[in-house]
Design a protein around this ligand. Structure first.
Ligand code: DX5
Ligand code: ZN
Length: 219
């Protein structure tokens, strides 16, 4: 029995009915709310910012898993701690002093995550893996929901799992982008602990049922 977590990405929610969609996640079998913060610089898109995160936090009953796709994320660590983030994930490619950033996230009371773009090699985590509570492997190029899953992700999960085991780390492996009921089981079999799903959940006829389906497939 695996303990896979499902984290619906609110990027695909209906922002005119944000409270309803957050409550749908509350009442579902999902584990976390995944929040995508984009600055239009690190990625070619702007998503939403602090007032929206504040509203989500007011209505959410599950941990907020915040994924920062922004340059120089150190500027906002305290802000996201105050906004109620449980996990704060920064991009490997956006951090010059990643070790310092992860320590600052933990000092602010959050779990520290590192996200990696599809082209970034797992070997680069060798000296930081024991400091990361979570590694988010991007299985699409970050910036947009609804893209197709990149198949090389399976190789990266295996490499990352091997690194985690070799280093005796307790890091969770999260997969973000293009997750559906078709690849969910294979991702968990390869070593994934957390699956993020945006459009597959919110564009489905019954998001609640789709979340249960993902949960069942991966348990
Ligand atoms: C992409 C975001 C993802 C996105 C996933 O940049 O980090 O979290 O919302 O969306 P889907 O599941 O539609 O690929
Ligand atoms: Zn994300």
């Amino acid at each position: 029995m695996s303990n896979t977590k499902i984290a619906p990405s609110l990027l695909a929610a209906d922002f005119g009915n944000l409270q309803r969609d957050v409550e749908m996640v509350n009442d579902s079998t999902a584990d976390w709310h995944h929040l995508d913060i984009m600055d239009g610089v690190f990625v070619p898109n702007i998503s939403y910012g602090m007032p929206v995160v504040k509203t989500i936090h007011q209505h959410a009953t599950k941990p907020l898993d915040v994924h920062l796709m922004i340059v120089d994320p150190d500027r906002y660590i305290e802000t996201f701690a105050n906004l109620g983030a449980a996990n704060l994930t920064v991009h490997y490619e956006a951090c010059t002093h990643l070790h310092r950033t992860l320590q600052a996230i933990k000092s602010a009371g959050m779990k520290a995550g590192v996200a990696m773009n599809p082209h970034t090699n797992i070997g680069l985590l060798e000296d930081i893996i024991n400091d990361a509570d979570l590694v988010c492997l991007m299985s699409v190029n970050p910036g947009f929901g609804g893209q197709s899953f990149i198949e090389n992700t399976y190789n990266k999960i295996k490499d990352l799992k091997a690194l985690i085991n070799r280093k005796g780390a307790k890091t969770l492996i999260e997969i973000d982008g293009g997750v559906t009921s078709k690849n969910a089981k294979a991702l968990v079999d390869a070593g994934a602990d957390v699956l993020v799903a945006g459009s597959f959940v919110f564009k489905s006829q019954s998001p609640t049922k789709t979340i249960s389906e993902l949960k069942e497939i991966t348990s």
